[in-house]
Design a protein around this ligand. Structure first.
Ligand SMILES: Nc1ncnc2c1ncn2[C@@H]1O[C@H](COP(=O)(O)OP(=O)(O)OP(=O)(O)O)[C@@H](O)[C@H]1O
Ligand SMILES: [Mg+2]
Length: 278
């Protein structure tokens, strides 16, 4: 695989790490309205412990479908999906999943939206312990002072932070994030990217991150996988080596960053827009 070094002092971060997630020859078709749609065609993908992998590709190429299978919400039509060497079947409790349409419950405060995840996942934990976890997580995502606000009373970025907190509170070892910052403005996006990197590094998390934004993929990921148009296949992969901690703003202004983003665009461009005409 092509390795792209974004700065001279960048060191490999994942040497010796075990495989966490594996898709082996995975295909997925859907039957709807008497028609069969092949969403994914013979995908091979493996993700190591603590790795941050970004999936990019045109609309409809099966990115969300990959996350749904990793979360155990749907089975592949062919091939195998494994997590820590075991076949995924039924809900995968080790992952936190922020779906593309993730929403907070509008009638609950920020605090209660986060608490509900803890109550659903960890029935056994004591009320006192839950309270401590809640405060810790609110602190981690920087929502102090907004605990009692309703979703309609906070900004888009804060809502994303609350959704992130709701997922982080039960301490999943792996995060599946489907375009989590897609609707945010450019500045807020940068703040959220910085926060996400900080939190996932502190907690040694493994991340599979879907985005349409190539710059975002290069900024965050150890590896970027480019999907072809439907049926989705992985048509290119690039490993990204960058100095740690990543400077999510500064790294964009280097020639290496621009060259990699352009290289990814060249892999992607022929398939973009095709879904509108087929
Ligand atoms: N539950 C489902 N039932 C029927 N078809 C589905 C289902 N989920 C996905 N599909 C189809 O599979 C294909 C891939 O969908 P998917 O949502 O994975 O794409 P995507 O890459 O996430 O697209 P986008 O970037 O627009 O979110 C699409 O043609 C979609 O219509
Ligand atoms: Mg999607």
């Amino acid at each position: 695989m092509t390795v792209c070094r974004l700065s001279g002092d960048a060191q490999p971060r994942l040497q010796g790490r075990e495989t966490m997630i594996e898709l082996r020859k995975v295909s997925k078709s859907f039957e709807t309205r008497g028609r069969s749609v092949k969403a994914l065609d013979t995908i091979n993908l493996s993700v190591r412990e603590h790795e941050f992998v970004a999936l990019v590709g045109p609309s409809g190429c099966g990115k969300s479908t990959v996350l749904n299978m990793l979360a155990g919400l749907m089975d592949p039509s062919a091939g195998e999906v494994t997590y820590r060497g075991e076949r995924v079947s039924g809900a995968n409790r080790r992952v936190g999943y922020m779906t593309q349409k993730d929403t907070l419950l509008p009638w609950r405060t920020v605090e209660d939206n986060i608490r509900i995840a803890l109550e659903l996942r960890c029935r056994s934990s004591e009320a006192g312990e839950r309270g401590a976890r809640l405060r810790e997580i609110i602190d981690l995502v920087g929502l102090n002072g907004f605990e009692k606000h309703y979703p309609s009373e906070i900004s888009g970025g804060m809502r994303k932070r609350a959704a992130l907190a709701r997922m982080l509170i039960y301490e999943p070892e792996t995060l599946l994030l489907d375009e989590p910052f897609g609707a945010l403005d450019a500045q807020l996006k940068i703040i959220m990217q910085r926060e996400l990197l900080r939190i996932t590094r502190v907690r040694n998390m493994t991340v599979v991150f879907v985005t349409h934004d190539l710059a975002e993929a290069v900024t965050l990921a150890d590896r970027v996988c480019v999907f072809s148009g439907r049926p989705g296949r992985i048509r290119a992969e690039r490993e990204v080596l960058a100095a740690e901690p990543r400077d999510v703003v500064g790294m964009r202004f280097t020639p290496e960053f621009g060259a990699l983003a352009e290289d990814l665009w060249n892999e992607l461009k022929d398939d973009v827009g095709k879904e509108l005409t087929t």
